[in-house]
Design a protein around this ligand. Structure first.
Ligand code: DC
Length: 233
């Protein structure tokens, strides 16, 4: 009988805001024909709902209740992943500046994290996944076969986000963008439960002076090493 867990592996990609995690995770998932799971999208979808329903960002109980009543699905469409919240396609709405600047406050509540981690573990259980976030290698899939921690200087991350925004057709204040990224990193790293931290056994890749293809190649190398050793063993 086939053990589903031995069919594929789990690749966990963590790192600070705008380090290129989703770009890399999508390429790696595509190359390995694995499912990409964007855990940040789940925190973003909940944040959108919190903001829409004007729930107090500090109200742990109300936010946890709201999450319990929220259905989230990550669907793989032809042109990328779609995020469905209670059946509504919120793929674009969860990328708004307002959601981006509030998500860390929602994500720091311990009971919210507990539920999200539970949901994400279920998604990763079948393996053949590339999952990105902040606590994937440390809490969501601590037994992931490949763990990557992407780093990049805050200057470089702000520059990438700035260029991305320009391409989308809107200008942002570079210094403000840098401050927002720093603030998000601060909250994500200092929270009590499952903070942003490199797992002891994660491979750290500093992407500051690397191209997207170089970073993707090094992550793929790590994954293939594991897959080959399994085949040989
Ligand atoms: O990766 P992202 O920018 O879409 O993530 C949005 C926010 O969600 C991020 O500021 C922190 C939070 N997050 C988290 O706490 N844990 C995760 N596994 C993923 C995201």
């Amino acid at each position: 009988m086939t053990d589903m867990k031995t069919d594929g592996i789990a690749v966990a990609i963590d790192g600070p805001a705008a380090a290129g995690k989703s770009t890399i995770a999508k390429i790696v998932a595509n190359e390995l024909a694995y499912t990409y799971i964007d855990t940040g999208a789940m925190y973003r979808a909940l944040t959108l709902k919190v903001l829409r329903e004007k729930v107090d960002l500090e109200d742990n109980h109300a936010i946890t209740e709201l999450l319990a009543q929220t259905n989230m699905q990550l669907e793989q469409g032809e042109n990328g992943q779609h995020v469905l919240m209670d059946g509504e396609d919120v793929t674009v709405a969860i990328r708004s500046e307002r959601v981006t600047n509030h998500v860390s406050y929602v994500a720091k509540h311990p009971s919210v994290r507990k539920e999200m981690i539970q949901r994400q573990r279920e998604l990763a259980n079948k393996r053949s996944v590339v999952m990105d976030g902040r606590d994937i290698g440390t809490h969501v899939i601590p037994d992931a076969e490949v763990k990557i921690f992407l780093q990049a200087s805050v200057e470089e991350r702000a520059k990438r986000r700035y260029d991305e925004n320009m391409q989308k057709g809107f200008t942002t204040d570079f210094e403000k963008l840098k401050e927002e990224i720093k603030q998000r990193d601060r909250i994500d790293s200092k929270r009590e439960v499952a903070p942003l931290i490199k797992a002891d056994d994660a491979v750290e890749v500093n992407t500051t002076n690397l191209t997207i293809n170089q970073v993707a190649a090094s992550v793929l190398d790590e994954a293939r090493k594991v897959l080959e050793s399994r085949r040989d063993g």
